[in-house]
Structure formats: structure tokens, C-alpha cells
Design a protein around this ligand. Structure first.
Ligand SMILES: Cc1cc2nc3c(=O)[nH]c(=O)nc-3n(C[C@H](O)[C@H](O)[C@H](O)COP(=O)(O)O)c2cc1C
Length: 401
């Protein structure tokens, strides 16, 4: 599975309790098709033994420089397409920041031609100590990517900064390291996702079944390709990807339009994936309407056209991709009309009446329509795969460097 298939990932495991989470990271990477090589420090092996890692990676774990091939501490760093150290102990960080190389892991990291993803995990006081902070600063300057630590419960029953981030987050960062050099790198990509809710009264709303997964898959794939992603997410139930650090949570179409307008002006690409409500109650009540009132109809009015407003605000060279949800005989014609009216480069058409397509499922079946009237029907794919297919096609519209 892109971008992990047949890629080589080196994982360093140092001596911290969070080493148990690294087993899951290695397992997930293997599941996605990567080759995973573990280097375990002597102290790391006190927390999780090599047998567990060997079972999930199907490769011998390296622990010492004085076993097997004599020059592996030079060879392994060059072998790897991506390197991650999880957990990165205070001790490991201090060693790497100062160029120490007195065991297999630190020697390999020093000899590696690429920088690492480092996932610090330690007691809060160890983390907040000026020495650790100094080391982290220096490692950042050296080009390493520091991920975390997170805030939360620590092994000693304390609470604070020091927890290793979850495997999901590291998986995303490894993906980004594997796809770093793409044309999306440093491009500003704005993505809308999920439904919008329009209040009827203080407890009811008009909404739709969008979960947010399709838009989130596009946002995550663009981030993985190196883009600067702004995700504007409506109240769908899918959790936003943890690696995205610029997420605006909105509820109504008006709020979504406002957030899009704020970020559209300097965007390089806009993906309008949200299922925006077309109508909203004309006079929402600021109290709960009682059953005894005998309400029989709700008057509605059109909502703001988020996509048209964004298209107007965006620069001429901004790539615009819209989603259309249409069913019936004239679905393609209607999507083509949408493309013309909104000034989009591409429209992805999905039909919720087809099995496995559109709302609230992990898969989607889309047809991609371009400005020349071309229609490309993609097969039933995971939403993450649809995201990559769309980004591949949208990339062709990015201005050349
Ligand atoms: C029970 C226990 C838990 C530990 N957890 C951590 C930890 O989470 N983070 C850390 O930096 N050090 C932790 N340490 C201390 C490291 O194991 C120690 O600094 C060791 O020298 C690290 O070696 P390494 O970096 O070569 O793996 C722990 C020690 C013990 C005994």
C-alpha cells in the first residue's frame, strides 16, 4: 500500500517503557508492505525482547555491533528509506545531539545518510530538563523530525508531557518521510470535509450522512506528500488524522465558508470534499420546539455557495477540485455543469446509490471529470486510494517550478 510497499524502514528502539507501542508500529508497517529492520539497544531489550520484534518483522533484530556483519552499522542507515527511533530516550537524544556512537543504534544513526524521525518518551522532568530541551533543539537544527511527546498519563502514575505519540502518528510521519520529494511539498492545500449542520432549533439540525472520511483521506495524503494542509472539517463522526496540525472544526455552512475564505487566497490547491448543506432553516428557533406545537413544515432558504466563493477568492493558478454527489441518468452531465460553473479543474463524481460508494463507508467509487469533458471511471477503491488517484491527477495542474 502506497507509500510503504517494498520500502525499507529502520526502527531504533531504546530503553523506555513505550517500547511496547513500537511493536504495533512495526506490525502496521509490515501490514502495509514495508520491510522493517529493528535495532534494539541493550536497555531497550529489557523492555521488549528481540523475539517479539522478530516475530512481527520476520527479520533478525540487530542489537550489537559485534555480531553478524561487521559493517552493518554503516550499511543499515544506507539501506533504509526511512529511519524512526521510538522510543527515543533522553539518553539516546543526548547521544545523537552530541555525535556519540558507542553502540549499534547510535553508530547507525550517525552513519546514516538521512535524518531520522525521533519519538521522545520519558518522564516529564527528564523531558523538561534544560539539557534534554537543548538536545532536542540541536537535533531539530540538524534536520531530524521530532514527533511528540504527547501530554498524558505517564508510567510513574504522574501526568504531563512525556508520553510517546501513538503508532498511528508515527506511521503517518514514516509515510511522509517516504514521500517527501513530491511536487506537493510546501504547497498550501485547503481541504473541506464532512457534512454541515444547519440548526432548526437549539437541539435539532438539518444535516447529511457524510462522515468526513473522504476529505480527511485527501488531507492526509496531501500532508504525506509534503503539503502544508489546512483541513476544514464539519461535524462528521470520523476522527481527524492526528498528524494534521491545522484543523478548523466548523459546524454550519456559514462557518465553513468563513474558514475557507480565510485560507483560500494563498492556496495552491483547494479540494472541496465537504457535503455542504444546500438549504438551511430560514428562521432557526433559539429554543427547543415542542411536539405539542404541531410543527408541520420548516421553511428553508439557500445556504452560501462555499465552492463558488472560494473559487472567486483563490488565485488563478490555484488548482480546484470539487466533489459532486449525484445519482440518476444525468449525474455525469450535472457534474460537468458543476465543473464549469465553479471553475474547477476536476470534479470527482460519486453516486451514493452504488454499493460501497459515497457516504459513511471506507470505500468509494468515483468518476473523475476534467475540463475537456473527459470522464474516467475508477473502480471501487478504499477512500485512501481514491485520495492518491485524485492527487496524482491534480498534480498535473500545479504550476511548474
Ligand atoms: C523502569 C524504567 C523505565 C524507564 N523509562 C524510560 C523512558 O521512558 N524514557 C527514557 O528516556 N528513559 C527511561 N528509562 C531510563 C533509560 O532506560 C536509561 O536512560 C538507559 O540508559 C537508556 O538506554 P538507551 O538509550 O541506550 O536505550 C527507564 C528506566 C527504567 C529502569
Amino acid at each position: 500500500m502506497r507509500p510503504f510497499d517494498a520500502r525499507r524502514v529502520l526502527i531504533g528502539v531504546a530503553g523506555g517503557i513505550a517500547a511496547y507501542k513500537t511493536v504495533e508500529l512495526a506490525r502496521r508497517l509490515r501490514q502495509k508492505g514495508a520491510e522493517v529492520q529493528i535495532i534494539l539497544t541493550e536497555n531497550g531489550a529489557r523492555f521488549v525482547g528481540p523475539t517479539t520484534f522478530e516475530a512481527v518483522t520476520a527479520r533478525p533484530v540487530r542489537q550489537s555491533m559485534w555480531e553478524k556483519n561487521a559493517l552493518d552499522h554503516i550499511a543499515l542507515g544506507a539501506w533504509a528509506d526511512a529511519i524512526v527511533v521510538a522510543p527515543a530516550t533522553a539518553n539516546l537524544l543526548a547521544k545523537l545531539a552530541n555525535g556519540l556512537a558507542n553502540d549499534m543504534l547510535s553508530s547507525t544513526l550517525l552513519a546514516a545518510p538521512r535524518r531520522s524521525i525521533l519519538a521522545p518518551a520519558m518522564n516529564t522532568r527528564m523531558y523538561e530538563h534544560p539539557a534534554t530541551q537543548r538536545n532536542l533543539e540541536r537535533l531539530r537544527e540538524d534536520g531530524h523530525v521530532i514527533v511528540g511527546p504527547a501530554y498524558g498519563e505517564l508510567a510513574e502514575g504522574e501526568e504531563g508531557w512525556g508520553r510517546m505519540v501513538e503508532p498511528e502518528m508515527l506511521l503517518a510521519h514514516v509515510g511522509r518521510a517516504l514521500e517527501w520529494k513530491t511536487r506537493w511539498r510546501d504547497k498550501k492545500v485547503v481541504v473541506t470535509a464532512g457534512p454541515t449542520w444547519e440548526p432548526v432549533d437549539t437541539v435539532r439540525f438539518l444535516g447529511n450522512r457524510s462522515s468526513g472520511r473522504m476529505g480527511q483521506a485527501i488531507a492526509a495524503a496531501a500532508w504525506r506528500r509534503g503539503a502544508d494542509v489546512v483541513l476544514i472539517n464539519g461535524p462528521g463522526h470520523a476522527a481527524t488524522p492526528p498528524e494534521l496540525d491545522n484543523v478548523h472544526l466548523v459546524e454550519s455552512t456559514e462557518q465553513m465558508a468563513e474558514a475557507v475564505n480565510e485560507s483560500a487566497a494563498d492556496a495552491d490547491a483547494i479540494f472541496m470534499v465537504a457535503a455542504v448543506a444546500d438549504y438551511r432553516p430560514a428562521r432557526p428557533e433559539d429554543r427547543k420546539i415542542r411536539r405539542s406545537e404541531g410543527l408541520t413544515s420548516i421553511e428553508v432558504e439557500p445556504t452560501a455557495d462555499v465552492m463558488a466563493a472560494a473559487a472567486k477568492r483563490a488565485r488563478a493558478e490555484c488548482v480546484k477540485v470539487a466533489f459532486a454527489v449525484e445519482s440518476g441518468e444525468d449525474a455525469v452531465e450535472s457534474a460537468k455543469r458543476k465543473l464549469r460553473e465553479k471553475g474547477a479543474h476536476l470534479v470527482a463524481l460519486n453516486d451514493p446509490s452504488q454499493p460501497g460508494a459515497a457516504f459513511d463507508v471506507d470505500t468509494n467509487r468515483v468518476s473523475i471529470i476534467d475540463a475537456q469533458g473527459g470522464v474516467e471511471e475508477l473502480p471501487l477503491l478504499l477512500k485512501t486510494e481514491v485520495a492518491d488517484e485524485l492527487l496524482d491527477r491534480a498534480e498535473g495542474f500545479l504550476p511548474g517550478d
